[in-house]
Design a protein around this ligand. Structure first.
Ligand code: DGJ
Length: 730
């Protein structure tokens, strides 16, 4: 009996030991990626591996400690600390900077415990770290989505010090790489020049991509990047890290190559002017950083993101989207009920699902006749639209289309009844001259009263007019004159609390009106992140609807966002391009129009009607299928992209000649993603009425194998010409 007890005791003890041992290696895996973390002899947590998934569990368990960082004797003690605090022996950029309540600036975190739990689509790993000298905890979260090869990670910081602590750096995570070379592709822009891609090699030292714009945060830099490992970023081959931060405010990506040639990548909220005071017991949650590693170039990485977004992140990811006719480019502020009713009928005639009323419908004391007045006063301008929104909803119903409406609820014109009543609701310096961007100020969403007000803009419209089917939510100004009357002497909280305030409002809207789709717009595409897209079904990529520019802009955004989330409208920008060319470019994304039919000939209208019908018929392949970027406009005078439905029975090829050179050598376009063993019928669609396809392959049947290995001759030598080709498995 005694012996048996002894055996059981030792069995139990060994179990405890094994568990403890197991806990020391933490493996975060998708189907193709392994991120391996290890607790060092010193009790701190280090990244030992991030790369291709390893085959054998045993290799993971026995992964050689500190294999990369130890390549130089002088730094052999320094490892790749997973959440490195300032003041330790690593002299490079930390993830966390704290000024403790006693003024000490160092934080060193030790592993406490970890566990896994299933979550929708994947597995979440939660790891607790704690400082041994201060009651400060950091909880690291990693959600691995195996099928999509996406890892989403964020951190929580909390403490029980007697007085508040000050956070000066608070990254979402830190990732390390050991490669021969690193090449960054970043996305930059401006109004009407969104998401332009440029690349550079990362050498010793730091490269920072950040924004300080506050609200229209991504006007100049976008919250996503690509890093080619061992070679420049390539569409079709090579290893690439692709990452994006879900934060609708100031962000900062730091890329630092250290003394031994290792790279660390630190995605974070930009701590600029944001020393954050954290009270005891309060949890500071960082934004989610979402990344993938592709070993077959950015094409595969983008498809990982598209799949993940549609399955788990984008609002109504699985639902269809509404085609629409917008009135902004067509009328600007100059409309009345009669003009709008006519446009609703035009929307129906085009065959789109909805009419979207843009800016200029509100304000009575200071009617919104231009962008100098009215923002903040969300009552319909009586003498412009005497029947109010309800009459417009009824007219839309009568015309047979849905009705959507534009708002910009986070902003105020000084010339508004709202500003006169609540000047302290605007972000504005009390003691300096005010700087206006588009004649407006940003409302202080960190103030709960302002949050209620903004929520009620949407709730008010929907309660009075349940027939309103869609919102376009605009945001035209960055935060100017940074000062919140609400936070008084704690201005360091403002940039962060402002964004949290926006999320509070959006959460309430989503909870109470879950079925109303919304478009995110920010003077074009200056808001485009996956946290906002939990609340928005789509975003407006750019006010630049010149189809040539759009080819580049859409190419850029498609690196991270599915076509379903990207709105593209046909307008009269660049009339040198045919209506067909303009429509074919918009058809690669969520199709819409912003043009009066009076500007189009009967033939052009017939073309648009057909293109809308085709888009609707094929939207499951375009919106929900897999996207393959085939020919880059950055590398040629052409562009081609194909979409393939999940069952690989349907594919759509879009091909564009932009400005080809004289007698340029034209190569066939090799499709991707088809089933090699299926036979596909090739049909050119979106043909100008009464014309015939000149493509030799038109009407013929080819195997997927042939189409992917040999391809189709779709490029030509004429400027601004496009082809849309439907491939149907027989
Ligand atoms: C900027 C948007 O990007 C445009 O589409 C339009 O809605 C205007 N604002 C309206 O002011």
């Amino acid at each position: 009996m005694k012996k048996q007890l002894l055996i059981s005791f030792f069995a139990l003890l060994s179990l405890v030991c094994i568990n403890a041992e197991n806990n020391r290696t933490i493996r975060i895996s998708t189907d193709n990626i392994d991120l391996i973390l290890q607790v060092g002899e010193n009790g701190r947590l280090y990244q030992t591996y991030l790369g291709k998934k390893l085959l054998y569990e045993r290799d993971v368990r026995d992964f050689p400690w500190n294999v990369y960082a130890a390549s130089d004797g002088s730094v052999s003690k320094r490892g790749w600390e997973v959440y490195s605090g300032s003041g330790n022996e690593d002299f490079f950029e930390p993830a966390l900077g704290i000024s403790h309540s006693d003024g000490n600036l160092s934080t060193i975190l030790y592993y406490v415990t970890s566990y896994n739990q299933p979550v929708e689509g994947g597995v979440e790993t939660v790891i607790q770290l704690r400082d041994d000298q201060y009651p400060v905890d950091v909880i690291l979260h990693y959600v691995a989505y195996p099928k999509e090869n996406i890892i989403k990670t964020w951190s929580e910081i909390k403490h029980q010090e007697r007085k508040p602590i000050i956070l000066s750096t608070y990254a979402s995570t830190m990732l390390y790489f050991n490669n021969s070379s690193y090449y960054l592709t970043e996305f930059s822009g401006d109004w009407a020049k969104e998401a332009h891609m440029s690349s550079q090699q990362l050498q010793f030292g730091k490269k920072v991509i950040d924004t300080k714009l506050g609200s229209r945060a991504a006007m100049h830099a976008y919250p996503f990047f690509e890093v080619g490992l061992d070679q420049p970023v390539n569409e079709h081959q090579g290893t690439v890290l692709m990452g994006t931060l879900g934060w609708t405010g100031n962000f900062r990506f730091t890329f630092e190559v250290d003394n031994v040639g290792n790279l660390r990548v630190i995605p974070a909220i930009n701590p600029y002017a944001s020393n954050y005071e954290l009270k005891a017991g309060e949890v500071f949650s960082t934004p989610e950083f979402i990344f993938t590693l592709s070993y077959n170039g950015t094409g595969e990485g983008s498809r990982n993101f598209h799949e993940w977004a549609i399955n788990y992140s984008l609002k109504d990811g699985q639902n269809n989207r509404m085609t629409l006719l917008n009135n902004w480019e067509n009328t600007k502020f100059n409309f009345n009920e009669e003009i709008l009713v006519k446009l609703m009928k035009e929307a129906k005639y085009l065959g789109v699902d909805m009419f979207l009323l843009d800016d200029g419908w509100f304000g009575n004391k200071y009617p919104r006749k231009n962008d100098r007045a009215g923002l903040g006063d969300w009552d319909v301008t009586q003498d412009k639209l005497p029947g109010g929104i309800s009459a417009l909803v009824k007219s839309a119903e009568k015309a047979g289309v849905k009705f959507g409406i534009w708002i910009e609820p986070e902003m105020v014109n000084p010339k508004s009844a709202l500003f006169e009543k609540h000047p302290d609701w605007a972000i504005k310096l009390p003691n300096r001259e005010t700087y206006y961007y588009r004649n407006q100020l940003v409302l202080d969403l960190s103030n709960p009263k302002v949050q209620d007000y903004v929520y009620n803009v949407v709730a008010g419209i929907l309660e009075e007019n349940p027939g309103v089917a869609f919102f376009k939510w605009d945001c035209n100004s960055p935060i100017t004159n940074i000062y919140s009357p609400y936070w008084k002497e704690k201005q360091g909280q403002l940039y962060i609390e402002h964004v949290r305030g926006i999320y509070n409002v959006l959460k309430r809207i989503k909870k109470n009106y879950p079925d109303v789709p919304m478009m995110l717009c920010s003077g074009g595409g200056a808001r485009c992140d996956y946290e906002a897209l939990k609340y928005f079904t789509e975003f407006w990529c750019s006010d630049n609807t010149n189809p040539v520019e759009r080819i580049y802009i859409q190419w850029g955004f498609s690196q991270f966002f599915p076509a379903k989330a990207m709105c593209a409208h046909v307008t009269d920008w660049n009339k040198a391009a045919s209506v067909k060319f303009r429509t074919d470019v918009a058809s690669m994304c969520k199709l819409g129009f912003d043009i009066g039919l009076k500007e189009l000939t009967t033939g052009e209208i017939a073309y648009c009607q057909m293109a809308v019908a085709n888009w609707k018929r094929l939207q499951n392949a375009i919106m929900d299928g897999m996207q393959y970027r085939l020919v880059s406009p950055y590398e040629s005078n052409h562009m081609a992209i194909n979409y393939v439905s999940k069952d690989r029975d349907k594919a759509i090829l879009f091909a564009y000649d932009i400005y080809p050179r004289f007698k340029e050598k034209l190569m066939p376009v090799k499709l991707q993603g088809l089933d090699s063993n299926k036979q596909y019928r090739v049909d050119e669609i979106n043909l100008i009425p009464a014309t015939h396809s000149k493509l030799k392959a038109n009407g013929k049947i080819y195997s997927g194998d042939f189409l992917m290995k040999v391809g189709l001759n779709v490029f030509g030598a004429t400027n601004l010409r496009s082809h849309v080709i439907e491939l149907t498995a027989q």
